[in-house]
Write a protein that binds this ligand. Sequence first.
Ligand code: ZN
Ligand code: ZN
Ligand code: FE
Length: 330
Amino acid sequence: MSELRWNPVLEEWTITATHRQERTFLPPKDYCPLCPSREGRETEVPAANYEIVCFENKFPSLKSCPPPPAVEGDDLCPVMEARGICEVVLYTPQHDVNLADQPVEQIYRLIQVWTDRYRELGSYQYINYVFIFENKGEVIGVTLTHPHGQIYAFPFIPPRVEKELNSGRKYWRRHGSCLFCALKEKEIREEKRIVFASDYFVAFVPFYARWPYEVHLYSREHRLCLTDFGSQEQYDLAVLLKIILQKYDHLFNFSFPYMMIMHQKPTDGKSYPYYHFHIEFYPPYRSRDKIKFLAGSESGAGAFINDTLAEEKAAELRAAFPHHKWEVEG
Ligand code: ZN
Ligand code: ZN
Ligand code: FE
């Protein structure tokens, strides 16, 4: 059973996907469906080895040929079929590693895969937004520990992106320039929240961070989406991703859980000159042994309370695993 149910109070869709209740939950390594197949054990990947694999999620929230909605909608609360595509991206055939451990070359390949999927899924008539993300760590709710990310190709522009687009559009009309470029310039100018800056990208704990170790990664040039990047920029992005993820893992010396999400131009065929490519990381930890929960104020009022200062957290991340160590080893 799967459908979109309209919430007229928040003016957004809820995706119901009851079949997902049955999905594989934290199987032991020997039963991992994302490892390569071997003698006597077929997995999701019918190959003895692979570099990066991308395939449709077996328990998708959205399908290219969705079943008709199980309930009837009305004018007040319309219902739509849950049409879209959900893909899984396997980062490596190795089970017990993370994206942070991958060589830059492999992360570079991943960026090329993301770019390809963005272009391909975005070209479908019914796909208006291609959302690339990774949930990492059991505290985030990951059900398979094999290193992987996901892609949700939505038939609508998700509300969070819609909000960013509206702000970007307003700023563009008022100033004739990009809101996100202005924010990035502010961070570069003020320096103290910068975590790392490379030739083509800059990573910082944003002035208005909601999560203690939230990091945003912006392209220095005004790029709208993955397909705007040349291979030099793609490679530079791979290096910077590796540096950020290594910093996270070295912060408290354990593999740091996070949500990594990508914001870029919608694929509904309209023009969005005022949007700007960026990646956001939301790690749930607020200290070595404490997790930030989305409680009443965050969940019910939408008002985030951050118990830390972005400037201090950025300094911690800058100090964690100075990148040159890795460059020498790498
Ligand atoms: Zn595995
Ligand atoms: Zn911009
Ligand atoms: Fe964003």
